[in-house]
Design a protein around this ligand. Structure first.
Ligand code: ZN
Length: 268
């Protein structure tokens, strides 16, 4: 009988903790986001029994430096973890915490395991800069919407915002309708025969502001002005668009909606 030698690979990388699940009597299972692999699921043996084993580093939002051993197709095993930075302000403030939980859950659900390294690096870099922005400043409804847009973009789900998603033509003047499943606005001729329920009303001004939101540095999004009516429109659109790709409501979404209602005016 042929003997199969599973290939053992040790990976030393930065990692962001997306989720921690208690497992058995003494272990934890971690969902990590890394710049090498995008999402990575790893078991931390003995993490519940011994606090010293990982030094209390295995918390959601923590940026770690980890050593992970992968053997064939079995689950990766966390061997070492050192804290690079923790998100103290996010843990102390309800608005920061609610947005961070939502973004992290979105990444946990939609980040691929493996895939192209350039995509993994882009996603990891977005996650770190979004958490840094939330550490630096309490988010309002506008920042919440813009960070959600950027998270979808980093996950490879960038909506079309500039032209008709079907024909690539201009959108004309006035209000347009955004097709949720096709991920972009429709011009007047392309809109004919499309059921209204498959679309969301949106103004050209809001589409333009969201397009600008894709060009700003994540840390600089606070400088992007957005009227209250645009924030409410953007939130409706992004909620429908995210839900379409997720297929479910995220656990953190209801909590976030209570802490930062959609129609809230931008602070400052
Ligand atoms: Zn068209």
């Amino acid at each position: 009988m042929p003997v199969c030698f599973a290939r053992v690979q040790t990976l030393h990388t930065d990692a962001l903790v997306l989720r921690v699940v208690e497992f058995g009597e003494s272990d934890r299972i971690l969902h990590l986001l890394t710049p090498e692999t995008a999402k990575l699921t790893a078991i931390a043996k003995g993490a519940r029994r011994s606090k010293r084993r990982f030094g209390g580093t295995l918390d959601v939002f923590n940026h770690l430096r980890v050593g992970v051993v992968r053997r064939g197709i079995s689950m990766a095993r966390l061997e070492q973890a050192a804290l690079v930075s923790a998100s103290h302000e996010i843990r102390r403030d309800a608005a920061r915490y609610a947005v961070a939980c939502y973004l992290i859950e979105l990444l946990d659900r939609l980040a691929p395991e493996g895939g192209a390294r350039a995509d993994a690096r882009r996603l990891f870099s977005f996650a770190l800069s979004a958490l840094a922005a939330l550490e630096a400043r309490r988010p309002d409804a506008r920042i919440r919407a813009l960070l959600e847009l950027r998270a979808l973009d980093a996950l490879g789900l960038r909506p079309e915002l500039d032209a008709c998603v079907r024909c690539g033509g201009g959108l004309g003047a006035g209000g347009v309708r955004f097709h949720v499943g096709e991920g972009g606005p429709l011009c007047a001729p392309c809109r004919q025969g499309v059921p209204e329920g498959a679309t969301v009303a949106i103004s050209l001004g809001t589409l333009r502001t969201l397009a600008q939101g894709l060009r700003f540095d994540v840390q600089a999004l606070e400088r992007l002005a957005m009227p209250a009516a645009s924030i409410a429109e953007a939130r409706r659109l992004l909620a429908r668009f995210a839900r379409f790709h997720l297929g479910v409501e995220l656990q953190s979404e209801r909590f976030l909606n209570e802490i930062i209602p959609s129609g809230e005016a931008a602070a400052g």
